[in-house]
Structure formats: C-alpha cells, structure tokens
Write a protein that binds this ligand. Structure first.
Ligand code: URA
Length: 240
C-alpha cells in the first residue's frame, strides 16, 4: 500500500504537492469513491484510481519476446535459487512476468509483459493460439505414432486436442519432429511424445501464433512492435 499522492506522482500526473491539491479539491476517485484525504493509502496494482474521471496508467505496458535458453525457470522467483527468465531481462525496469511457461529444460520463445489483460487473453484455455515446437525424440517415428499425435493422445489429465505433427529431420538414431499444438498443459509435448513411445531429448518452441525466432539469438529478447501487440490482442477468444 502506498500514499495516493505518491502513486499519482509516480504515474506522472503532477508533483506530489500538486497531487495533494488535486485530492483536496475532490478531483480524485479511488474505486469510484471521491477521496479528499491526501494520506489515503492505495494499492497501485489493485485499486482503480481516476483523476478528473480518467483512469491513471501506473506503468506503461511493455511486451518482450525472449529466446529462452535451457537452464532457466519460467518464474519471477525460485525458492531453490535457480536462474529465472527475469535474469535474462537486463535493463527492464517494469514489473514484467512470463505469459505461459516453458520448462527448465526447454528453449525457445517466451513472451513477457506487464499487461495482465493480454496475459489472460493469451493463456485462456479456449483460444486458438498456435504454438510450434521442434522436438528431438528418441528413435525412429513411425507413421502410426505420428497419426496418434495428430489425432490426440490420452494423458493422465485427459485427451489432447488434435495437433499437427511431422518429421522434419533425423539425427543418427533419433528423429526431429515439428509439433503444433493449441493447448498449454504442463509438459504437454514431452508427455505426448513419451506416450507414443518417443521420449523427448531436446525441446524448442519456435513459434507463438505469428511470432517466430527470426534473428533473435538465444538468451536475448526484443520488444514487440506495436502492430505485433495489436495483432495478438485481436486473436479471438471464442465466447462459449
Ligand atoms: N511442452 C512441454 O512439454 N514443455 C514445454 O516447455 C512446452 C511445451
């Protein structure tokens, strides 16, 4: 909890003094109620603060695409002191967090933002956002195994939705698969491949919707372009 005038000043409304004057003049509402006491404490993350009827934005919304290497957990902190993806986001002062997750031992694309609405939208279970993976799996993958992956595989938390699966290469006795899924269940690709008899040896996420790795280097990130943000926001959630 922080003092209202301090939160307002941080949001760039005016100096703290001037903000106190605005409060005293009845120009500020917190959660719909006019507040005239400058000492009033607010929660900048939760409370809806309006100045002259306009909601204040506390932090500008930022969006980054990170190429996560293996060996980082997708979390903002770890009780076991392992490195987190935030350790890779040098120079970013906003309080960003990952959208969805990649396993510690998975590399590839991960979005990070401070936009809770977009994060909710993108991780909504019923949307249709595609995620593409390259999985190096043990052994030679038969047509039957591919067909099972495509149709859906029975995991302990239920059948997976139909997926796209194809062989894109071979590495000695092992196979490189491309898998495209819509869901985001825990360790889903690993469990799907394991279930059809081909444990994953290496896993990389190569695409989220229309966002690809492109020129991004492992361990590096880039801001999304405004048009990319708008496009992501427009990916629809079915209203059923
Ligand atoms: N599926 C997995 O098994 N692991 C990931 O990190 C992402 C998808």
């Amino acid at each position: 909890m922080e003092r209202l005038q301090k939160v307002m000043a941080k949001a760039g409304i005016a100096s703290r003094r001037k903000c106190e004057e605005l409060i005293a003049a009845g120009e500020v509402r917190v959660n719909g109620v006019t507040v005239t006491e400058a000492g009033c404490k607010v929660n900048p993350q939760m409370d809806h603060i309006e100045v002259r009827g306009l909601k204040i934005e506390l932090e500008k919304k930022v969006y980054y695409l990170l190429y996560k290497p293996v060996g980082y957990i997708t979390s903002v902190g770890d009780p076991q002191q392992r490195k987190t993806v935030l350790d890779l986001m040098e120079g970013i002062s906003e309080r960003i967090y990952p959208v969805g997750r990649l396993d510690y031992d998975t590399s590839g694309l991960l979005l990070l933002t401070n936009d809770g609405d977009l994060a909710f939208h993108m991780t909504h279970p019923s949307h249709e956002m595609e995620k593409e993976y390259e999985a190096l799996v043990r052994g030679k993958v038969s047509k039957e195994a591919l067909e099972k992956l495509r149709k859906g595989v029975k995991l302990e938390d239920g059948w997976t939705a139909p997926a796209k699966a194809k062989v894109i290469g071979e590495k000695g006795p092992n196979t490189l698969l491309q898998l495209i899924i819509h869901e985001g269940r825990n360790r889903q690709v690993r469990r799907m491949c394991e279930t059809v008899g081909h444990p994953v040896l290496q896993l990389k996420r190569t695409r989220i919707a229309f966002l690809t790795i492109g020129h991004l280097k492992q361990g590096k990130f880039r801001p999304l372009l405004p048009e990319e943000v708008n496009k992501l926001k427009q990916i629809k959630i079915p209203l059923d």
